[in-house]
Design a binder for this molecule. Structure first.
Ligand code: XMP
Length: 515
């Protein structure tokens, strides 16, 4: 793989995605990894990410110069660029001028910017600057605040830039990254959907051997693609289980039973666990506690399904040893499993597992980003209704009720959500938004008036977001007439709701879901 060394900024995952967009496999690793550990991963190249601090700051993550003795191509970005310059004998200076945001650079010579406009906008975020490139390096970019804004040494296959090529505000950034990977590092672009699917099917075959597996379907893209992959690998030794936990949106149970089964021909067992989940969640309003309970009960339901599934054959010593989950790379990294980054939320399919878990996990998607999962799904022949589906969290409507979960509140939210989804679909907006959670503020009431009467009802929040990968998101500017139709219909048709509000927070600082 190409290893993206995370120096603690929020950019490492984005860089990893951009590397994959250049059709090269990448993984995020922590800057605490030693040079020996890095060497053991046999990286095709190393990308040093940006970091939050100055290279001079106390406790600033250090770069071991021995990294450059591995004879592996290295690309430094921002902080990584400065750390690289320092380690190779260049000069990094407190220039006193800060560059933040959109900046123009002038480029000349070299490979990174070959064929690109000689003056181009990039996204900068730095205080210190490289004032002298290390010996043997060609300076290929400069800006007002960064005398050395890019350098390269083709013979040693080393290069770096002061700006952030991974963000969209650097319009040529993807090309620069590709130039490094393909032309300087010499890596072939073989990370394609067909290759990924083949490799994953092979991996699953190896892991499961002649064992049997069970897969929980949530109705979402991830579990459907994971199940389709495993089915291709082990055929009818896979049993799919759909747990109806009562936290689903209107029509979802039927959709899973029809769309997925029609597409794959998989055998599907539906578990009705509504009563159990609602009992366990009774009176619980803390988000993390909800997530932990739901994660635990999910697994318990599977275990119950396995026993039922095996029936008498269990007596003959047969068992189901593997549990398939559609865990994605961002879940892994956000749960702290990727690089030691902070635990932001315990995603129900990673952090909330019970300790007495009886299955070995099969997580064929755990290194993939969402767009890669969709591409693999199409490769496997799943229909658009499944692969283009907007994300919906495993814990379902439970984390969209702010307060404790009750059957009445679920019914209210389900009704409001169905209206919002219907209006968004009719307005043709589904492909423009990433998802639009509808959130019920169950512990909040406000005064309203309807007809001649005073009402004292609950608000619902519309949370339409645009995103590429859910790691960052912007709130979607929905047309006013669509908002108006949703608002009018929800307040007219859903008795308990007398107010509709719009969430205009980006991520960060807000997460997409409210809990
Ligand atoms: P946040 O709220 O963290 O959400 O910005 C990012 C994306 O992940 C979805 N999400 C989940 N998906 N299990 C899931 O399978 C979970 O526990 C979970 N929590 C959030 C969320 O809908 C958004 O797309």
């Amino acid at each position: 793989p190409v290893l993206v060394v995370d120096f603690g900024a929020q950019y490492a995952q984005l860089i990893a995605r951009r590397v994959r967009e250049a059709r090269v496999f990448s993984e995020v690793v922590s800057h605490t990894m030693t040079v020996d550990e890095i060497a053991a991963k046999k990286p095709a190249a190393i990308v040093l990410s940006g970091g939050p601090s100055s290279v001079y700051a106390e406790g600033a993550p250090q770069l071991d110069p021995a990294l450059f003795d591995l004879n592996v191509p290295v690309f430094g970005i921002c902080y990584g660029f400065q750390a690289m310059a320092g380690a190779l004998g260049g000069t990094v200076t407190h220039t006193g001028t800060r560059e933040y945001g959109r900046t123009d650079i002038d480029v000349s010579g070299g490979t990174l910017h070959d064929g690109l406009p000689s003056t181009q906008p990039v996204w900068m975020s730095h205080g210190d600057a490289v004032t002298e490139a290390p010996e043997g390096f060609e300076v290929v970019a400069t800006s007002a605040g960064a005398p050395v804004a890019g350098f390269e040494n083709r013979a040693r296959r080393l290069a770096g830039v002061q700006y952030h090529p991974e963000v969209l505000h650097s319009p040529h950034g993807q090309q620069v990254l590709s130039r490094f990977l393909h032309d300087i590092a010499g890596i072939a672009p073989t990370w394609t959907a067909a290759n990924i699917a083949d490799a994953l099917v092979e991996q699953v075959r190896e892991q499961v051997g002649d064992g049997r597996a069970i897969c929980g379907l949530s109705g979402g893209v991830d579990s459907a693609v994971a199940a389709a992959l495993v089915q291709r690998a082990i055929g009818d030794r896979l049993t799919c289980v759909f747990v109806d936990h009562g936290l689903l949106r209107a029509g979802e149970r039927e959709q899973v039973q029809q769309d997925f089964v029609a597409a794959t021909g998989a055998r599907l067992v539906t578990v009705d666990a509504v009563d159990t989940f609602l009992r366990e969640l009774d009176g619980v309003s803390d988000p993390e506690t909800k997530r932990k309970i739901i994660g635990r009960e999910f697994i318990r339901s599977f275990e119950g399904a396995v026993s039922a599934e095996l029936g008498d054959s269990a007596a003959q010593g047969e068992s189901i040893d593997f549990l398939v989950q559609g865990t994605l790379y961002p879940d892994v990294v956000e749960s702290g499993g990727g690089s030691g980054t902070a635990n932001i939320k315990s995603h129900h399919n990673v952090g909330g597992l019970p300790e007495d878990l009886q299955f070995s996990l099969v997580e064929p998607l755990r290194l993939l980003f969402k767009d890669e999962v969709r591409a693999v799904g199409r490769e496997l022949g799943l229909p658009e209704e499944i692969v283009a589906r907007q994300p919906f969290p495993g814990p379902g409507l439970a984390i969209r009720i702010i307060g404790s979960v009750t059957p009445d509140r679920l019914a209210t939210l389900r009704h409001a959500d169905a209206i919002a989804r219907e209006e968004l679909t009719m307005a043709g907006l589904d492909s423009q938004i990433w998802q639009c959670p509808v959130v019920l503020l169950a512990d909040v009431r406000s005064v309203g008036v309807q007809g001649d009467g005073r009402t004292y009802g609950h608000p619902i929040v519309l949370r339409p977001v645009s995103s590429e990968d859910a790691m960052t998101a912007d709130w979607t500017r929905l047309p006013y007439d669509v908002l108006e139709r949703i608002s009018t219909r929800v307040t007219n048709e859903v008795r308990e709701v007398n107010r509709v509000v719009l969430d205009v927070t980006s991520k960060p600082p807000g997460t997409i879901e409210w809990e």
